[in-house]
Design a protein around this ligand. Structure first.
Ligand code: BGC
Length: 487
């Protein structure tokens, strides 16, 4: 199912023989234990199995499954849901072993993937469940067994798994995204809106996976990009991303979900450590290179500062120092020690530069410092990775770049890869504690509401045959990973 030109194989073998032991002078060499890998999330790559039945392959019990398959949502123009069938996916639920063979051949020594809560617990876990013991008999044995196989397949090939416990997707029994889309006030299973219930279940689930998979996994990530959940789910669902429940400009919900996710992370962190004593636990932040639209204009400068606070500092100050800013006015009013020191490392997803226009006044009572309008761009800005690594240095944590890539992978994938790695290397060389890099994505993935309209893979996916065809960026990344050197 893999297609790779013979010349490429020869080049890689040559580079493997020559480069590692004998790096050319002036090469930018990375540490020998640097993690090189790619990243995916289960919902985006597991479905689309070539021979397993849909019943065996598809993860149908989640809010995101509903979101991308519900005819009313697909028909709703301003939610921008592609309607692509999930069967277009690369089927990694079935094909992970084959992919892992290729990762190994490509010199990858790590792989970031996610567990899917709705695969492990497709049916309702009662709110009365109070301990991991009570969860064990409720778990789906087929999914538990398959995840063990997947982790073993990676480890057998010398590929270290880094595992996201929750990459956006929630089981329908805790988040009924369709009902909440229709009426956020009256829906019953309200996901992150329902603080106590969600934090309780997120903690239990993290405890379960820590106990079950703790021998397979050392590096855990609790949540992926918490801010993205609120932005595309409760504030500004739109063309760039819409997510369940797809509520437009509900700033009270946005505030609540942001704060609840901080509590959720802390509960997950504690549960993972309780069940898996050797666990290293981080969170994935989407760090954005934020700049004022006009550095001479005071409103733009202040708007950029406020956005930086809401996107980045709010979470980091809470999880490092316990600083708690319940009214989101930019000034933490209390300290909550039970949130502090809840990060062993930081995962950075870096894609964008964003220009910020500021307003002279706030536009939402519930989030007083919301006085800005960000304009995101997919235009590559590789130096931004260096900028966000440099600013993350102040948080004093080991760093992994847990995602980086481009939807224009066909046009400028190689350039984007090299530019970002160059910026990363410069920071590393200057003393930054960066320990790994994960390209998004291994293979073209189901890009949320976009389906397969946007392609990111090191490997291009033939959505019918499931063949993976290496792109030039995959080839280049393999050379870099094998040699450990950027020239
Ligand atoms: C997410 C991925 C997504 C990627 C590209 C990140 O926001 O973690 O799930 O596919 O960006 O858009």
């Amino acid at each position: 199912m893999f297609h790779k030109p013979i010349l490429t194989v020869a080049l890689i073998v040559l580079s493997a023989c020559g480069k590692k032991d004998d790096p050319e002078p002036n090469g930018k060499t990375f540490p020998a234990d640097f993690l090189w890998g790619s990243a995916t999330a289960g919902f985006q790559v597991d479905m689309g199995c070539p021979t397993l039945s849909a019943a065996e392959c598809d993860d149908t019990a989640s809010d995101w499954y509903d979101w991308v398959t519900d005819p009313d949502i697909v028909a709703e123009a301003n939610m921008f849901v592609s309607g692509d069938p999930v069967s277009m996916g690369p089927g990694m639920w079935e094909l992970l072993e084959q992919d892992a063979d290729q990762m190994k051949a490509d010199g990858h020594n790590s792989y970031r993937m996610s567990l899917e809560w709705s695969r492990l617990f497709p049916t309702r876990v009662p709110d009365s469940a109070a301990s991991v013991d009570e969860l064990v008999p409720l778990a789906n044995p087929a999914a538990v067994a398959r995840y063990h196989e997947m982790f073993a397949a990676l480890r057998d090939r010398g590929i270290e798994p880094m595992v996201t416990v929750n990459h956006y997707v929630l089981p329908r029994w805790i988040h009924d995204g369709l009902s909440c889309h229709i009426d956020l006030e009256t829906c019953v299973d309200r996901g992150w809106m329902d603080r106590d219930r969600m934090v309780h279940h997120a903690g239990l689930f993290a405890g379960f996976v820590g106990r079950e998979f703790g021998d397979d996994v050392d590096m855990w990530l609790t949540l992926n990009e918490p801010y993205a959940t609120t932005l595309s789910g409760y504030l500004q669902p739109g063309e760039s991303r819409s997510a369940p429940p797809g509520v437009v400009f509900d700033t009270a919900a946005t505030r609540d979900v942001m704060l609840n996710q901080i509590d959720g992370h802390a509960a997950m962190y504690d549960a993972l450590h309780a069940e898996d004593p050797t666990a290293e636990v981080g969170i994935v932040m989407n760090l954005t290179a934020i700049v004022p639209r006009d550095p001479e204009v005071e409103n733009d400068v202040r708007g950029a500062e406020h956005m930086d606070y809401l996107y980045h500092e709010l979470y980091m100050q809470a999880l490092l120092d316990g600083a708690w800013d319940a009214d989101l006015d930019g000034i933490p009013e209390t300290t909550r020690p039970e949130l502090a020191n809840r990060l062993d490392f930081l995962g950075i997803n870096y894609y964008n530069r964003v220009e910020v226009a500021g307003f002279p006044f706030g536009i939402a009572e519930e989030v007083p410092i919301f006085d800005f309008l960000p304009e995101f761009s997919w235009e590559p800005y590789p130096e931004g990775l260096g900028e966000v690594i440099a600013r993350a240095g102040a948080w004093n944590l080991p760093i992994y770049v847990t995602e980086n890539g481009t939807p224009y992978v066909e046009d400028d994938g190689v350039e984007v890869l090299e530019g970002h790695l160059d910026a990363l290397w410069t920071e590393l060389d200057g003393g930054a504690d960066v320990r790994g890099y994960f390209y998004w994505s291994w293979v073209d993935n189901y890009e949320w509401n976009h389906g397969f309209d946007l392609r990111f893979g090191l490997y291009e996916l033939d959505v019918v045959t499931k063949e993976r065809i290496q792109r030039p960026v995959g080839e280049r990344y393999s050379e870099i990973a094998i040699s450990g050197t950027l020239k």
